[in-house]
Design a protein around this ligand. Sequence first.
Ligand code: IFG
Length: 494
Amino acid sequence: MIRELGDVIPVPAEVRPDTAVRFHFDAGTAIGATPGTEQVAAYLADILRPATGFDLPVTPAETPEGSGAVALRLDRSLADEEYRLEITDGGVTLTGGASAGLFYAVQTLRQLLPAEIFATTPHGIGWTLPGGTIVDRPRFAYRGAMLDVARHFFTVDEVKSYLDTLAQFKINHLHLHLTDDQGWRIEIESWPKLTAISGGDGTGVDGAGPGFYTRDDYTEIVAYAANRYVVIVPEIDMPGHVNAAQVAYPELTADGVAPPQRTDTAVGYSSLVAGKPETYAFVEDVLREVAELTPGPYLHIGGDEAQATTAEDYRTFIQRALAVVTGLGKSPVGWHEMAAVDLPPSAVTQFWRIEAMDDGTARAAAGGGKVLMSPADRTYLDMKYTAESPLGLDWAGLLDVEKAYGWDPAERLPGVGEQALLGVEAPLWSETLRSLADVQTMAFPRLPAIAEIGWSPRESRNWESFRHRLAACGHRWRLQGVAFHRSPEVPWPA
Ligand code: IFG
């Protein structure tokens, strides 16, 4: 069964089918890599070889004409993430503005092959691509997912698996929520007890989340993400959500007494002390060490649910924390409460609540600041699909696939239009999650909906088309061992 050229998630910007044309991969197909495309060419060969059983040799090709039937080339006149995919009887040409665009051309090409391309052993099925041309580019620069590894810890391999799947939908940022009341999940050499105590046994919700990333682990995640053109955004949540830090270092509390370890799911009860010098020694050391390990431009400082911090202390603290981040040469990201203070130009406000009006975010946008849209009622993947969902919460309402798809970030907040938007991000909080399968079940198929909102032209989005394109993902996820929710909204094949 030949797929339609536009049968891709996210739906491409321009699809020009040529139904008179097909391209068939066969044992003689070669891949030609023009200068600068070698890494993506090797990646393309790697992902096609197992299921096809073809050699698919990669040969250097000075020009596309001199290459094999599949040619990769760069065209610097395109934007980095922009690509062109041209499929003719005689060959396939993948053109990218940079390697990222080429990588996305490969993701699209793979989606146009039969689902069996995800098999790990050779299948005799015909490896045929529909003919025509796709020209594609993202609507927003930031298409993100967030994984809460504090309430429940997920191993390096589990994070890698999540990266493998989300990269297929052209998601290009993974925000790791590394610290919270229940656990501290990243090693800080200058404050070793943060993980020695609050990354150890018994940490996490119900004590079920022990674990932390060493500096090497975190570096491994960053590198793995980068090879999939995903930027890691680390979050150190402050001044609230700090009980785990205070258990490890009581000097971070007002009275110097360590609070009890917390394994429940309450929020809003802990706070750093804005008036104590120890607080800023802590903040400076932690953010410096995280910045050293983070090649990406963003450091997320949290800022949410600081009910145990007075408004004045909150402003004092946030202003100093913002200065530490910009002093490290990074762009600060914060949940939208941060917009209570005047923000530096590079700051990104992450909108997360469900009230339509939030003048802090609108004020930040009016000041030229960028906004990252994560309205909980549309993007929080820890919301239950239905009341019967065994996993997840429901404080922001139930979130089925159609609701996750049927909204637009430019219409969400008065005063926050297209130009103010950096993009969208789908957070997945882990209070109720205990395994990678739980993460996948909550993320798929709703994360692809957020990915399409972040990537595709607004006018090309269509629920009927999307739900049918989603149906084709079911077989692919099964072949990859990715758990997913068989939502009745999607016409999954038998
Ligand atoms: N809100 C809290 C999270 C998490 C979430 C669960 C934010 C920014 C509810 N803060 O969302 O820590 O508990 O849905």
